[in-house]
Design a protein around this ligand. Structure first.
Ligand SMILES: [Fe+2]
Length: 294
């Protein structure tokens, strides 16, 4: 039994309103603020794919997985609690806020919070970009992907494979940045859909609990136009335009509000995992993606 897709993520931000501006003016997504000061980014017919709550730190508060059907949901929850892992049912009010029918909270062995739900509510309202972005690649493949730190890499990998049913797509090892720096290793996992990866685990600690999250558009021109907006706004890139080897994504990375990195990409591989053999890589990119870490 496995989760089907990444439903949405919950970010904490010192200044949530910055996400509304960034969302509308740079990413070209719909964004609105509620009475409590939270900001919601909408990229498709789901009510939102990013929820931003006011928080002392700019950080990832939770990644939220969607599972098809109540049976699978109950099975995943039972397996976690039988193994002694936290399964904390969400309140009705919190379910309503998330637009899900029912959910539970848990935490992986690296300390990353996640939630699981089995049905989204308020789905069906059309997406209309304020900047004429045609559409984002979502549907059965979920919101995109998220990469989180897991210094206890193998223990955390085992957890996601065992309890959430995620499966390895690629195991990437690269030399660390700078002399004497430890190797960087990233495990990429797919859920039960054709997206090359919905989650990746990074072997080094990151205070914000998020390496980046990714939205995918449907043409190279949408990527280029967004890059123009980033440059016009003098925003800092985390990585220049480039194309990844493992999922073939053509993308760039920009530091969003609070320094949270966002990957904006196009042309990600869709894979038939029935016949797929996970890859082992030592090269991340065909070209580009020159990193510029602060
Ligand atoms: Fe990525």
């Amino acid at each position: 039994m496995s989760v089907s897709r990444l439903g949405f993520i919950i970010l904490g931000a010192a200044k949530p309103s910055e996400w509304e501006t960034f969302g509308k003016d740079i990413l070209g997504v719909m964004a609105n603020t509620n009475e409590a000061g939270g900001v919601f980014l909408k990229i498709d017919d789901h009510p939102f794919r990013v929820m931003v709550s006011e928080n002392e730190q700019d950080e990832l508060l939770s990644m939220v997985w969607e599972v098809d059907g109540i049976e699978a949901y109950e099975e995943i929850s039972a397996k976690l609690s039988q193994a002694g892992h936290k399964v904390e049912p969400g309140s009705e009010a919190d379910a309503e806020k998330r637009c899900v029918s029912k959910f539970f909270r848990s935490t992986d062995p690296a300390g990353n919070n996640f939630e699981v739900y089995h049905k989204r509510t308020n789905v069906g309202n059309l997406f209309q970009s304020p900047l004429d972005v045609k559409e984002f690649v979502t549907g059965d493949m979920g919101m995109g992907h998220v990469v989180v730190p897991a210094p206890n890499l193998d223990e955390t990998r085992d957890f996601y494979e065992t309890f959430l049913g995620l499966q390895l797509s690629d195991d990437l090892t690269m030399p660390g940045a700078g002399e004497g720096a430890p190797d960087m290793r990233i495990y990429f996992f797919h859920a039960n859909n054709p997206r090359h990866h919905s989650l990746a685990l990074f072997n080094l600690p990151i205070p914000s609990k998020i390496v980046h999250f990714m939205f995918e558009v449907t043409s190279v021109d949408e990527v280029g136009k967004c890059l123009d907006r980033v440059n016009a706004a003098n925003m800092q890139l985390m990585a220049s335009l480039g194309r990844h080897c493992n999922d073939n994504m053509l993308s760039f990375y920009v530091f969003g509000p609070g320094g949270i990195p966002v990957e904006y990409g196009y042309d990600g591989l869709q894979i038939d995992f029935e016949t797929y053999e996970p890859t082992v890589s030592t090269v991340a990119d065909h070209w580009g993606h020159l990193y510029n870490m602060p």
